[in-house]
Design a protein around this ligand. Structure first.
Ligand SMILES: [Zn+2]
Length: 301
């Protein structure tokens, strides 16, 4: 077993030049830990923000953003060593790390709301991420990679698709629903659109970048609106004309500042569901339409 490995680490904030390719010790394996040789790791917009020092105030109870640091929210690879208490994993197994490993002890975890765990430590946020040859994780903080799924797909899926999947299940989205997704070209937004489409819904996306319309349609959106455009209301009217017998019952929202919620408020049915995903806690719930109720709170950083 190697004693050292190569890793990409950050010792100060700044441009790409602050990412240093260095030799570092292979992480120690505790009794309940798994050591994985990393085959693929995701590159997330969060990594760019962290590198640049464009960081929000941590959530209450979470530590300040550490330096030096090793980025990489998602990592997939092959297990090479296990701790003495580990019985369900063996060297050679393929695994991907959980981007949001729950503590399983706090009140929210005990209630089954592990996605809202207040005592988690995200890889790439509070603990070293996947920008290295090896990462160590608790044995219950990884998942097996199914046969037929390659390492790159596994690493690119965990953060981007799990929150939208939770959202789509809790809403829940199904045939006959119309789903509206603001900020349509974001990674999570595209994942949300594809999951809603797979569930049989009609999917409307909003974007401020009209040159992306065609690409977004190819990715699964049925209609694209430009809410900041002068003729935004005309765009919504056109969509509503096409769906005369349809009312919007599912609103999946990604950008807390987008005026789209107000725009769509009149077409939410009584008892409709809105799932609001925000990136600043103080915005949470501010824009819920009266007819809606929060159906998910994942995606908070
Ligand atoms: Zn917890």
């Amino acid at each position: 077993m190697d004693q050292t490995m190569m890793a990409v680490r950050l010792f100060e904030h700044g441009g790409p030049e602050v990412l240093k390719y260095i030799e570092a010790p292979v992480p120690e394996v505790g009794p309940d830990d798994i050591l994985t040789r990393v085959h693929a790791t995701a590159v997330n917009s969060w990594d760019l923000r962290y590198r640049a020092g464009n960081l929000p105030q941590p959530l209450p109870g979470r530590p300040l953003w550490p330096l030096p640091f090793q980025l990489g929210r998602d990592a997939a690879g092959e297990i090479v060593a296990t701790g003495e208490n580990v019985t369900s994993w063996r060297p050679g197994d393929r695994a991907v790390q959980l981007p949001h490993p729950p503590c399983r002890n706090c009140a929210l975890c005990v209630r089954g709301l592990e996605n809202l765990c207040v005592d988690t430590a995200y890889p790439g946020h509070q603990v070293f991420g996947g920008y290295a040859e090896y990462v160590v994780r608790r044995q219950d903080a990884i998942l097996p990679i199914p046969d037929g799924v390659d390492f790159e797909t596994a690493a690119a899926t965990m953060w981007t698709y799990t929150t939208p999947l939770n959202c789509a299940r809790q809403a829940p989205v199904g045939p006959g629903d119309t789903v509206v997704i603001t900020g349509a070209s974001g990674g999570m937004a595209i994942a949300c659109a594809q999951l809603a489409k797979l569930s049989g819904a009609t999917v409307i996306g909003t974007t401020t970048k009209p040159d992306r319309d065609e690409a977004l349609r190819k990715l699964g959106y049925d209609h694209i609106l430009h809410p900041h455009h002068r003729r935004r209301c005309a765009g919504l009217r056109r969509v509503r004309e096409r769906m005369k017998r349809t009312t919007i019952r599912r609103l999946l929202k990604w950008d807390a500042s987008c005026p789209c919620v107000q725009l769509l408020r009149p077409v939410m049915t009584s008892g409709g569901v809105s799932a609001v995903f925000v990136f600043r806690v103080h915005h949470f719930g501010q824009h819920l339409p009266p007819a809606g109720r929060a159906a998910g709170g994942g995606g908070r950083t």
